[in-house]
Design a protein around this ligand. Sequence first.
Ligand code: BES
Ligand code: ZN
Length: 876
Amino acid sequence: MRDGQPNPVTRLADYQPPAWLIPDTTLDVDLRDGHTLVTARLTLRRNPERADKPEDLVLDGEHLELRSLTLDGRELNPGDDYRLDGPKLVIPGAPDAFTLTSVVRIEPEKNTALEGLYRSNGMYCTQCEAEGFRRITFFPDRPDVLSRFTTTIHADKSAYPLLLSNGNPVDAGEEEGDRHFATWEDPFPKPCYLFALVAGDLACLSDTFTTASGREVALRLYAEHRDLDKLDHAMDSLKRAMAWDEQVFGREYDLDIFQIVAVSHFNMGAMENKGLNIFNTSCVLAHPDTTTDAAFERVESVVAHEYFHNWSGNRVTCRDWFQLSLKEGFTVFRDQEFSSDMNSRAVVRVENVDFLVNHQFPEDQGPMAHPVRPAAYQKIDNFYTLTVYEKGAEIVRMQHQLLGAKDFRRATDLYFERFDGQAVTCDDFVACMEEVSGLDLTQFKRWYSQAGTPVLTVTDDYRDGEYQLTIEQHTPATPGEPDKQPLMIPIKLALLDGQGRPLPLDDQGGTETVAILREPRQVFRFRLPEQPTPSLLRGFSAPVSLRYDFSEEQLVTLLAHDSDGFCRWDAAQRLYFAALARIIDDGESAADQLPRLAPVLERVIARAAEDPAQAALLLGLPAENAVGDRHAPLRPQRVHQAVSGLRAALGEALADHWWRLAEQFDEPRYQSGGDAMGRRRLRRLALAYLAAAAGQGALDATRVGEYLGRDFDQPTCMTNAQGALRDLVHNGLDDQGRLARFAEQWADEPLVMDQWFAIQATVPGPDTVARAEALLDHPAFEWTLPNRVRAVIGTLVNGNPSAFHAPDGSGYALFARALKKLDGINPQIAARLANGGARLKRLEPDLAGKLGDALRGIRPGASANLAEVLDRILGA
Ligand code: BES
Ligand code: ZN
């Protein structure tokens, strides 16, 4: 790992069942200032499934100082009885059944990697997935060793009045020296990655939920005292998620208590530890004064997601980390369905597809491309990817589509019942789908094992009353996978007549069908009275990239009339991409696009009040990264000019409409709920268009600035305050020092300050690199706080292409310096951010050279996490 050495690789093909099982684990965690002592008593017995009976017991352990080790009460000696072999503890000739007790010393105070036991704002908390438990004690740190945990925590009583772990509280009491203890027992065997512990002085919001079978569950949400008023939305979301999982999946909660703790320092969004979820504050705290609508929606879906894991992940878990999508893809599908049922299904679907297409597709087409079930990894942390999560969810969704809702439910019932309490594979999941439906999903399973986004090329022909759709599939090569096999692809479609009405496709008058593509090329035939406009891939029925030579007229028809929300949005996107391509590749101007585009937008605006959220989706231009990814080589400045120029031109040309929308949807007072959010979203979009035009001198900057200034000065909620500030600052309209005022006002609200940092890091243009440098020196900037790092570096690198790709390479230099610094603090976060360099090979040569040099410069001495990502990007 040091000095450019390759990392060791773990392969799916090498999987072997564990040699010993651990029915019971008793932990005693003694929290002291400066260090913590962990005593672990493990009952071990040989796994009968492991026929080869290995001699050595091997346990994982990292950053542990071993104080003592006893086997059935006999003290073991280093050398003779055991050896420490790097991150492994090896006990040769271990008996078939015994009790092993270890005492280790750890230093949570010094843990900035935020894996294992660490501190955040004066509290102790844990993060064990994927391989963090080995930083707490010696253990077989793998998901297929399920153990019953009993945990006792000791700590100072006044600093840590609250002591939590998984399961139910069974004992508590006072101890000498103003200390106390609490014991928790989790009756459900679980892998150690689901272990959690919290000690702190926290405020609590309590409620109860009565399950379908009539059991009362205590619900407790914890946060720092000053955040107690920000827990209501999470509680409400939790109760709705619990009821939904009963109704839609027949899944009831199983313990008497469910707890969520909010922590500031957290690598990910949230974690589904059994009965004791731990959340990034950003994914649980919400209040209209401090939290945007987008963040409210995220809280709802993350709370649901982690709750749903109680069945899809905890009761039925993964055999090994290659199966990660078994729990993550399935649970993302479940949280997406929940959000669809709680909000507008069409809007949620488009949001999910937008995210997939503009983030997972690029991953699948870049150096990090990997199958949903990878065959090998260096650091598993690097495989919590959009492919495993989002494409994984699409694979589950396709099975839902293929089976139909009823059989899908029967299949998940079978899955949960058959595998309850077990650690299983993606194959086991699909086998349930096959068993219930009678379908043969052998070919379908290639979706799990083959990387890359399939490209469908569709051509059509109409003659003699017959419409022929010819569909070809081709998956481009990905790193290490040159040859691809054809997939089974469900393509939902309708065929629209000249007025945009769906034509009947069968004798029953059905207007929608699912064509199942299995071959590299297939022809589908329909008897039709006229040449139709095809409405293809409805609902985005498969995660593929679809090529069809739509005429502009067809796209306008689809956008205006298609009943499928995805197809309408896709039509709008195609119109925007086409206009932008004419600017980027053909040298046309933004103004040249107006005669064609403006009337299209006007039609959407005319109907915007019917569904403001959907109108906002239809009226929004694609992000610069999405545009850039459609042009080779990638020329980020040119892309930025095109997108911002088109936005300003549309802002000017449709100014009257935007003003009218801004006025029409102006809210006198804050309103909660999905409809109000939709109205705010459309209004903010209208104002963003106006601000863009004003910023380029195409509209009266004073008028727009004053209007936004009012939104900012007397905001009804954070969505408006922050949106206004962003529009002002990004378009050079903040002549009243509002940015500085915002920082003064919100200095004590870290999540709001993250927004303040992010707004500045996303000001377009190369000058922002220097601005970001200055932000890194701001007193409120903290390298050890992942949310803050993401707010500055993450948004600059991933959300501000015209700054990151500054022609002089200064953005890359900042990027590389930040990665190096972070790697010494938190390698997971460093590696995650490094993915921002994944477009290297697509860049125009001068930029590619500069980015490559910058990244090569930090490869020596990189952590295993960072090294894996850098090597992929650099093609080493
Ligand atoms: N199990 C993960 C959290 C996790 C991921 C822990 C990687 C350790 C390493 C959790 O269920 C999850 O998926 N969280 C997501 C949010 C979710 C709504 C998709 C996250 O943290 O981003
Ligand atoms: Zn998850």
